[in-house]
Design a protein around this ligand. Sequence first.
Ligand SMILES: *Cc1c(COP(=O)(O)O)cnc(C)c1O
Ligand SMILES: [Zn+2]
Length: 422
Amino acid sequence: MEHVSGLRCRECGRSYPAQALHVCDFCFGPLEVVYDYERIAASVSREAIARGPRSIWRYHDLLPVDDVVPVDLGAGFTPLTRADRLAAELGLGELYIKNDTVNPTGSFKDRVVSVALTKARQLGFKVAACASTGNLANAVAAHAARAGMASVVLIPEDLEQAKVTMTAVYGGVVVAVRGSYDDVNRLCAELASEHPLWAFVNVNIRTYYAEGSKTLAFEIAEQLGWSAPDHVVVPVASGSQLTKVAKGFEELGLVGLLPEVPRVRVSGAQAAGCAPVATAFAEGTDAIRPVRPSTIAKSLAIGNPADGWYALQAVRQSGGAFAAVSDEEILEGIKLLARTEGIFTETAGGVTIAALAALAARGVIRSDERVVVLVTGHGLKTVEALAGACGPSATIDPTLQSFERSVIDEAGSLIPGEEHVE
Ligand SMILES: *Cc1c(COP(=O)(O)O)cnc(C)c1O
Ligand SMILES: [Zn+2]
């Protein structure tokens, strides 16, 4: 891997080879992939990327794998959709939705898992494993099936039905744990040392896994005609995605795909029922106090976020902010996005849209900014969150009279222009 120089401890800076390592032997700090940007700059070009596959793999020069066949279900290169109607409702200007609901298993996790399992397979692992709040489980089980690997996925037992079914259908081992995600994650850390031949994508392969999130920044810049937005709004669970989106924009400047390192403000979105990073931001402290999550946004319910501190620094350094939104606002956010733009997102996307609205109302996000919001998961994954909130406009007998009385008379105001039809 000529374009990867190795791994480096984010805390003490010690160097390691690009193997299945994730923590520093000396200080237990997390490791990060180090690239040779000069070498990449000499070979990478916008034209070559444009000729590449319509997936994250068009950016393989900036991903930590060799010239191997990737474990690929087609993750990435998702639409960047101009959202004028949503912008008008929120008093914003140039607004885009990065629609990651259309990924192969319906969430942004397909990006990170495609990278993680490609690397894991290259390192010789035969078993893919993870601790998951749901979407990671879906993506690991599906990509393991695609790669011909076995999978062992651990989830909290109270997950949404769709996420359980969508994990189990791929035929791997699915273990429901009586406990929170943080309990599951702790168990996986223990399992990872008991089973060193299993590739836990978010434990011993995490260093590589995390790099997949950079592709969000790469795609956004390419889809904006190779320019950067002024402001991005990113949901925060462990904080990995936000940290790596910020890094992705920086790398585009470092390798010359953008003329310079762009100044992109990065803001974070959390549910009020699980907002350890947003709280630290609001209190102006560096200390992230773990919380016990209680929110309908289960995919973001990490009470002790591994990359929380890094996400906090990335937001502060970029001049962004955090918003923490209530479960009620999350449901409003889901419906607002669906009603204005025709995109149905899960609760995590509701968090991001509600945070966008809150930050716009606070004046943090301004109408003169070009803004991109990351909508990271599909609404069919969390339909139970909307139970009682979305249903038929009317229930009728199969007669014209019943339709006229119940629909035209009572719900007719929902059909614009109806009064002009004779
Ligand atoms: C996991 C997840 C996130 C955030 O991931 P982190 O990198 O852990 O912060 C955002 N949205 C959805 C839908 C997710 O599943
Ligand atoms: Zn170290």
